[in-house]
Design a binder for this molecule. Structure first.
Ligand code: ZN
Length: 279
């Protein structure tokens, strides 16, 4: 069932998963527990209404609470289109811009989203790497707690993505640890739910500590893409002789399900009361 973004994040401990087609979304849904999760619609996918409609249709079949979020959108036209096509949240990503331009962009994006009853996530600070394809590009910039408070107040975002040493993609070394002091300072300064992108590659203990420290949503994408491609490569010798697309799609969904389950281990650990004080 579809659920508003704010309600889903309000309960915390939510995984969000990049889905480029319906096979991926089917795999993700199978991995979700009763807490539900977020189906991320990558900005590149927001060029095709049928693909977004397909992802939405899969989400509507979920037996747990799910919402659709447009991910890493850098322009207002795509924000508007995503809202019209039925997402429950948009991530208006102005992180490549300087602070004032980021505020201005997200304010405009939020105004559009509000007209459609859609929630908004902004990003302050910057993650190195590519969001849709792994690339060792860009310099990271850690989120400043005071600026984060000002950013949230001026933009009215419902959720803030922050940079604590986390990276996008598998070509950059995944951090063994994050800047926990910074997370604590941001959590004290900011009242809205916080998002951690670049979940792939982080040890489950690190994800668990981040969630215990105030991260409400952890985004995963790279690991799902890699699992999907590896399953496709492995399935082709079997599927190709018989031109068996059903077998191919089944293996893709199975691989994405396994990758999403693996991603959720850290989030589940965070909810384990036996670990209080140890993370
Ligand atoms: Zn991201």
């Amino acid at each position: 069932m579809l659920e508003p973004f704010a309600a889903l994040l309000g309960r915390g401990r939510v995984g969000a998963f990049g889905c480029y087609d319906t096979a991926m979304a089917v795999g993700v849904l199978r991995a979700l527990d009763a807490r539900g999760g977020v189906i991320l619609v990558p900005a590149a996918t927001l060029r095709s209404e049928p693909v977004v409609a397909g992802l939405r249709a899969v989400a509507e079949t979920a037996r747990v609470p799910v919402c659709l979020q447009a991910d890493h959108v850098h322009d207002l036209e795509t924000i508007e289109r995503a809202c019209r096509w039925g997402v429950q949240a948009v991530m208006a990503d102005g992180s490549p811009l300087d602070f004032e331009d980021n505020v201005a962009f997200v304010r405009e994006a939020a105004a559009i989203a509000r007209r459609h009853g859609v929630a908004v996530e902004g990003e302050l600070g910057r993650l190195p790497g590519g969001a849709d394809a792994d690339a060792p590009i860009g310099a990271g910039l850690a989120t400043d707690p005071e600026q984060a408070a000002e950013f949230v107040a001026r933009t009215g975002v419902d959720c803030l993505a922050i940079a604590l040493g986390n990276v996008h993609g598998a070509l950059l070394p995944a951090p063994r640890d994050l800047d926990w002091g910074r997370l604590e300072a941001i959590r004290r300064a900011v009242g809205v739910p916080l998002a951690l992108h670049g979940g792939t590659g982080l040890a489950p203990e690190v994800v668990a500590r981040a969630v215990r420290g105030g991260i409400a949503k952890v985004n995963f994408n790279t690991g799902l893409r890699r699992a999907y491609l590896a399953a496709t490569a492995a399935a082709l010798p079997v599927a190709e002789p018989a031109a068996d697309l059903v077998a191919l799609h089944a293996r893709q969904a199975d691989a994405v399900e396994a990758a999403a389950r693996e991603a959720l281990v850290g989030i589940a650990l965070a909810g384990n009361s036996d670990l209080v004080g140890r993370l």
